[in-house]
Write a protein that binds this ligand. Structure first.
Ligand code: CUA
Length: 275
């Protein structure tokens, strides 16, 4: 049996803890509002990016509702139900409805987001349309090799044993396509409205091929060729970044993207091939 002296009134402490939780809620929502107006996503320039942005918003709103609801509930519980010194705790089966609600509602939200995610994923990693421009991007500390096939669309065979200063990707001289392939550094050109399939590779460590405006981010893994596709739909100049800490020069590993008409692209590629 507890003596009367050991039962403490916790309401003042509950009030302070509740206010702290409300402060965290206001600070969280406030920093979101500031971030959204200053450092939000780069302007969108691809058709698939719209789907990704919508998915991003779904996750954002689902977690925002969860964040606000949980903090309000926690603050209310702390302020209202701090021990007076006379209560006993309720068991879960006394509030089965509440238990089921806060288990099943977030569970359902996760399942819905998971299903939406599978559809979003399949749009980017499915087989590209047959009219896609194909380009190979190879990361190396600390730049990107971009390889374009010739008129016939063929990439020459590569072999790591053939890699040298003058042949950084190890193109096979015995393959006729070697003469038509164009290898550039940090210059990615694409055609407005035409799907582009990018085959991502790495020569040394893990890099991450990141096109913020196109909502493309794919790890470049040594020994693997990873394909993805998207459709640039706004002409302009953009950046390639490396989104994986890959060494001391990681921050310098950026390239240029140009989205232009098919005619401008053809002229440009011919000029590069002639050099
Ligand atoms: Cu490559 Cu960071």
């Amino acid at each position: 049996m507890q003596s009367q002296g050991e039962i403490r009134d916790e309401r003042p402490a509950g009030l302070w803890a509740g206010m702290l939780v409300l402060f965290i809620l206001v600070a969280g929502v406030g920093s979101f509002i500031v971030a959204r107006s200053h450092w939000w996503l780069q302007p969108l320039a691809s058709a698939q990016g719209k789907v990704i942005d919508e998915y991003f918003d779904w996750i954002l709103w689902a977690t925002a509702i969860g964040f606000v609801a949980v903090h309000l509930f926690l603050a209310a519980a702390l302020i209202r139900f701090a021990a007076h010194g006379t209560e006993r705790a309720a068991h879960w089966h006394e509030h089965l409805g509440a238990e089921l609600t806060w288990t099943l509602v977030p569970g359902a939200a996760f399942i819905i987001l998971g299903i939406l995610g599978v559809f979003t994923w399949s749009r980017i990693y499915s087989a590209p349309p047959s009219n896609a421009q194909v380009v190979e991007v190879t990361g190396k500390q600390f730049f990107w090799y971009i390889r374009y096939p010739g008129q016939d669309g063929r990439f020459a065979r590569t072999d790591p044993r053939l890699i040298s200063q003058s042949n950084p990707l190890g193109l096979d001289p015995a393959d006729p396509a070697t003469r038509t392939n164009v290898v550039l550094v940090n210059e990615l050109h694409m055609v407005t409205g035409r799907p582009v399939e990018v085959r991502v590779r790495s020569l040394d460590v893990i890099h991450s091929f990141f096109l913020p405006n196109f909502r493309v981010k794919q790890d470049a893994v040594p020994g693997r060729t990873i394909g993805l596709w998207f459709t640039p739909d706004k002409p302009g100049t953009y950046s390639i970044a490396c989104a994986q800490l890959c060494g001391t020069g990681h921050y310098t590993m950026r390239g240029n993207v140009t989205v232009e008409s098919q005619a401008a692209f053809n002229t440009w590629l011919q000029q590069q091939a002639a050099q």
